[in-house]
Design a protein around this ligand. Structure first.
Ligand code: SAM
Length: 282
């Protein structure tokens, strides 16, 4: 069954009386090229966890390459549809549930008993929470490949100094090496969303990109530095930490050589130096 064909999608819709729910981000993939990019970006992985299988288009493509695919779908109406569309694949397990309410670590251990990868054409409304949850879970993942809104992909892969660079870029950089594998127009989905998309790949690092004395401090510094984009680093950090302007200024001199820089020009390594200075000071 070619689930990328809009005609086949319509016939499955008719068979099950299924209507798309906008609130669940139900825009189903109709591009074979995009499917290929997602599956290729998982390389030689054997186990995949899919978030939001929909009609099972990506699930089937993954099942053809992988030893086992576990797919978590929140919409109960899709469970019988998936049983029908994926009937030919005995290496697929469907779980009815909300991915944000699952313990990803436990799920991967229980279902695969080995390191796995994540693939998803994510509903745009939960993109950032899902990425944050996956990264912070420290689950045994090698690779995460996600279809996301183009602007989100640009923010996550941005370089210091660019307007897209921000706290989410640094969070992702801390845990993974990120890259964009492909761009897709809205016409690659049924129904077409209002935004363009990109296939975003996270190659998970074996250890965080920088080593700090206190991880919570690192992310507090990063959040504070981007809280007011028009302010200098010195003013942003003085607003967030109980440190005098004079002390903060000399701390920034030591850590990044210039207190009047703006947060968006700093690399992760520079934020790490500031965080360690603050940990030692406070
Ligand atoms: N993977 C399919 C495809 O590419 O054609 C469908 C992708 S569609 C953009 C997103 C899917 O995620 C929908 O099937 C939706 O019901 C499901 N979904 C939405 N929120 C979810 C959640 N919190 N947990 C699991 N699935 C979710």
């Amino acid at each position: 069954m070619d689930l990328t064909s809009p005609r086949v999608i319509r016939s499955v819709q008719d068979k099950f009386g299924f209507t798309f729910k906008k609130g669940l981000g139900q825009n189903f993939l109709t591009s074979r090229e995009a499917l290929g990019k997602i599956v290729d970006s998982l390389g030689g992985e054997r186990y995949a966890l899919e978030i939001g299988p929909g009609f099972g288009t990506l699930t089937a493509a993954l099942a053809e390459r992988m030893d086992k695919v576990v797919a978590v779908e929140t919409d109960e109406r899709l469970i019988p549809v998936l049983e029908y569309t994926l009937a030919g694949h005995d290496n697929v397990e469907i779980i009815h549930g909300d991915v944000m309410k699952l313990d990803i670590n436990e799920l991967i251990r229980e279902k695969f008993g080995a390191r796995a990868s994540v693939a998803a054409n994510l509903p745009y409304y939960i993109t950032t929470p899902v990425i944050t949850m996956l990264l912070e879970s420290r689950a045994p993942l090698n690779n995460i490949t996600l279809m996301v809104q183009k602007e989100v992909a640009r923010r996550i892969t941005a370089s210091p100094g660019s307007k897209d660079y921000g706290a989410i870029t640094l969070l992702c950089d801390y845990y993974a090496d990120t890259s964009i594998a492909a761009y897709l127009s809205a016409s690659s989905f049924v129904p077409p969303p209002k935004v363009d998309s990109a296939v975003l790949k996270f190659a998970m690092r074996s250890a965080p990109a920088v080593r700090v004395l206190d991880e919570k401090m690192l992310f507090k510094v990063i959040r504070a530095s981007f809280a007011q984009r028009r302010k200098t680093l010195l003013n942003c950090l003085c607003a967030a930490f109980p440190v005098s302007k004079t002390d903060m200024s000399s701390l920034l001199e030591r850590a990044v050589s210039n207190p009047s820089r703006r947060g968006e020009t700093l690399s992760l390594a520079e934020f790490a130096r500031i965080a360690d200075e603050l940990t030692n000071l406070i």
